[in-house]
Design a protein around this ligand. Structure first.
Ligand SMILES: [Fe+2]
Length: 246
């Protein structure tokens, strides 16, 4: 009986395989609202590594007028962090960089210049405002694909305006948009509404990929506490999908 309970209380941090790649995080220092220093980045990466996550495509924000990061800035920061990690003995970490692109005017410019950093191949990570979706979202998704990219929408469960318009999730999938769930949505971290819609999206097989969206150590302390057996059963097969982006 004891082993039964023990088995069902395994936290999510025991479920990552060697081929898991975290495709959403803010691990590059001083480039957005994530890591604040190289020491910070190292602490976050060491903690993620203790969960068995050793592969990363980190995704700083690119948001017009807020985080004006260029592809060059991001690649330069990655170069600096990679050197820092090596010189501090973190040799077994595989880290690349892409971006989390807010769909705004600047994004449309980057798209027409094909100046986007992909997660892998043609997959790009995009996000929406939490307040309202772009009016021309369907057209933008079309343009992304015409340009040869495949859009992955970051944390669809966090866009509250779709909770009461649930069919929009199906529509976005039909329009070729892939979905990346934040693992913290398996907890109450973003509130109970986000947690509830997460369960529904998982049950409806709408989630393609997962990510930690790590900004700080508090996120990882919360991630360690996730041990809801019902949700973990739903997420376990989906965790394997990330290996396609390794
Ligand atoms: Fe993010």
């Amino acid at each position: 009986m004891l082993s039964f309970f023990k088995k069902n209380k395994q936290p999510i941090t025991t479920l990552f395989s060697k081929t898991y790649i975290d495709i959403h995080s803010h691990l590059l220092p001083n480039i957005d609202d994530g890591s604040k220093s190289f020491e910070d980045s190292t602490e976050l990466i060491q903690k993620l590594s203790s969960f068995g996550i050793k592969n990363f495509v980190t995704t700083p924000h690119v948001m017009d007028g807020v985080w004006n990061n260029t592809s060059k800035d991001i690649q330069q920061k990655l170069f600096e962090l990679t050197n820092y990690l090596k010189s501090h003995g973190l040799e077994d970490i595989n880290i690349r960089a892409a971006a989390e692109y807010m769909i705004d005017n600047n994004f449309e410019k980057l798209l027409s210049n094909k100046d986007l950093l992909p997660i892998k191949d043609q997959y790009i990570l995009v996000e929406l405002s939490y307040f309202n979706p772009p009016i021309n979202l369907n057209e933008i998704l079309f343009n992304i694909q015409i340009a040869g990219y495949k859009p992955i929408l970051a944390h669809p469960e966090r866009y509250i305006f779709y909770h009461t318009n649930y069919n929009k999730y199906h529509e976005l999938k039909e329009l070729g948009c892939l979905f990346q769930l934040n693992l913290l949505s398996l907890s109450q971290h973003y509130g109970s509404k986000v947690n509830k819609i997460t369960e529904r999206l998982l049950k409806d097989n709408l989630i393609d990929f997962t990510g930690t969206d790590t900004h700080n150590i508090r996120h990882l302390n919360t991630l360690e506490t996730i041990n809801n057996g019902k949700l973990l059963k739903l997420i376990t097969p989906i965790l394997e999908n990330n290996a396609k982006l390794l």
